[in-house]
Design a protein around this ligand. Structure first.
Ligand code: DGP
Length: 139
């Protein structure tokens, strides 16, 4: 499987750095975004390293979307948002900051005024841990 020793998401998949893991299977890994735009903001990645959509394998993309549906359903059940966006960035002009393909699962609230560039404000670790446990229970 393709991996990049300098990639932070490859390190998360390998367990070399911690994450608030929600789900994994043979091809995909899901965890909470450490800089959440809203509570329940999650990321789904292929385990195999690919820098963006263009470099991704069709089978991995299909597996990622199946995991996105599974995790988004649990996030929706857990935080009962008013809506939920799926987002994915390719290249710095699209505000991609981690160069390992990932889908954002982003719960939304009416009037939250969240913009596409929601900034990188670190989430509270205890809140992230508690929320990850609740979402896992809803998977
Ligand atoms: P993007 O801008 O689309 O490339 O989003 C990358 C996201 O990854 C961003 O919202 C912050 C998140 N992120 C960056 N580093 C880490 C990390 O070490 N752990 C976790 N859980 N999320 C991270």
């Amino acid at each position: 499987m393709a991996t990049d020793a300098n990639c932070i998401f490859c390190k998360i998949v390998a367990g070399a750095i911690p994450s608030f893991k929600l789900y994994e299977d043979s091809a995909t890994f899901a965890f909470l975004d450490i800089n959440p735009g809203n509570p329940g903001h999650a990321l789904v990645i292929p385990k195999a390293h690919a820098v963006n959509l263009y470099a991704s394998d069709d089978k991995d993309l299909a597996a990622v979307m199946a995991t996105v549906r599974k995790v988004a359903t649990a996030v929706e059940k857990t935080v009962t948002p008013d809506g939920l966006n799926l987002l994915q960035a390719n290249g710095p002009g699209a505000a991609q900051s981690v160069f390992h393909f990932h889908m954002h699962i982003l719960p939304r609230r009416l009037g939250d005024e969240l913009k596409m560039n929601w900034g990188l404000k670190p989430g509270d670790k205890a809140e992230l841990a508690a929320l990850a446990e609740k979402i896992r229970a809803n998977l």
